[in-house]
Design a protein around this ligand. Structure first.
Ligand code: HEM
Length: 383
């Protein structure tokens, strides 16, 4: 058996300074690489696709903490997934579009033309937080704690601080249970028919979801996804600011925006990795991996694999997106993709129609580090 060794350090300064380039290099040099933090990282498209298709060998139950539905395997996963999927479905997403557009317009309105702004602070982060709160029917004031949890959660993942992760999870649970109790007290009164009250009525196998299950769902949809959404919106804005021709094309033919979103995020993705636990010995990239070990699906790298995407670094909006793993694949494929696509399309449409020019600012942008990707700060000039 190959003894796990430290083939790379996902938190080394040279990796964090440019994650995308570092993963490209790993894919070529050591495509199945072990590290203390991530277990076996899979950088090739082929390996990631194999793992997500085989839920028996690669389990999503990676922690003692029960995560709904992403920390579950079929058949338990199937029941929960079917129960919650409609709440992220086409109709819910379509109904949310007007509110989403109001949020985008309100955030862009005060951005003075020609003045340098940090796009992450001024738009991407508040847009993601406000959209998620509005989608769930939460008051805007809850945006601040959600933002704070997202930040602390990221720091705890980076330092693998289990005690801190548990503490944040506990705080979030107290917060959500308070929110649920308030709705129960006011049921039929001020608690309207928003998504949160609808989810409280969901049944799985004939039983209502427990508070712990509801907390887990809300945690994934907020603390888990606000970061990916903000990162995605920032990555898109940063890319179009550096590509004036693409910007012109999208302004002239807004119908191309959805295809551009998929391709720009294939080149530089917002989500770095997800985990699986191996249930029986397997061989990956010539390494024998024992039952119980962890593997990490390196999404950004898989989507830049040159054996699948010719010229992976160049954004071609007419590229065939079928092999893209931006949203994952198989039973855990992202159920929030429709909502995420809507929010990104609305953000780009609003940005491109409000400003004739979106250009990089004078200050240097700063990249986000693992476990996130994208921009920590993105100076842009909108004019
Ligand atoms: C640009 C933004 C997003 C990207 C790139 C993204 C990507 C992904 C990917 C790759 C997976 C598969 C993970 C795996 O196989 O382990 C996933 C799962 C998931 N996503 Fe997203 N996501 C995004 C936004 C969202 C949003 C906005 C929501 C909901 C509000 C959401 C909810 C979920 C859930 C609940 C799962 C777990 C599904 C399951 O295990 O069955 N995502 N996402």
């Amino acid at each position: 058996m190959t003894k796990p060794s430290q083939d790379w350090d996902p938190t080394a300064a040279d990796v964090l300074s440019n994650q995308v380039a570092a993963y490209d290099e790993m894919r070529l040099r050591c495509p199945v690489a072990h590290s203390e933090l991530l277990g076996w990282s899979l950088f090739r498209h082929e390996d990631v696709a194999r793992v997500i298709a085989d839920t028996e060998t690669f389990s999503n139950v990676v922690s003692t903490h029960r995560s709904v539905p992403n920390g579950m395997d079929p058949p338990e996963h199937t029941a929960y997934r079917q129960a919650i999927e409609p709440y992220l479905g086409t109709e819910k997403v379509r109904n949310f579009e007007p509110e989403c557009r109001v949020i985008a317009t309100e955030l862009l309105a005060p951005l003075a033309s020609g003045v340098q702004i940090d796009f992450m602070d001024a738009f991407a982060v508040p847009f993601a937080v406000r959209c998620q709160c509005a989608f769930l029917g939460w008051p805007e004031a809850l945006g601040a704690p959600v933002r704070e949890w997202t930040r602390r959660n990221r720091d705890a993942v980076l330092t693998a601080d289990r005690a801190m992760l548990a503490e944040i999870a506990r705080e979030f649970e107290t917060f959500i249970v308070g929110l649920l109790d308030e709705r129960r007290r006011h049921a039929g009164d001020v608690a309207g028919d928003d998504l949160t009250t609808e989810l409280m009525r969901v049944q799985v196998n004939g039983k209502p979801l427990t508070d712990a299950e509801l907390t887990s769902i809300f945690r994934n949809w907020t603390v888990g996804e606000v970061g990916s959404m903000a990162a995605a919106v920032g990555i898109l804005a940063g890319q179009i600011a550096r590509a004036p021709e693409l910007q012109r094309t999208l302004r002239e033919v807004p119908a191309l925006i959805p295809a551009a979103i998929e391709e720009l995020l294939r080149v530089d993705g917002p989500l770095v990795s997800n985990r699986r636990r191996v249930t029986r010995e397997v061989t990956l990239g010539g390494h024998r991996i024992a039952a119980g070990e962890r593997v990490s699906l390196m999404w950004i790298s898989a989507n830049r694999d040159e054996t699948v995407f010719e010229g992976p670094d160049s954004a071609r909006i007419d590229r065939d997106q079928r092999p893209s793993l931006l949203w994952g694949a198989g039973v855990h494929v992202c159920p929030g993709a429709g909502l995420a696509r809507l929010e990104m399309r609305v953000a780009l449409e609003a940005l491109l129609s409000t400003f004739d020019q979106i250009v990089p600012g004078d200050a240097s942008p700063r990249r986000l580090a693992f476990p996130e990707n994208g921009w920590a700060s993105l100076p842009l000039r909108l004019g």
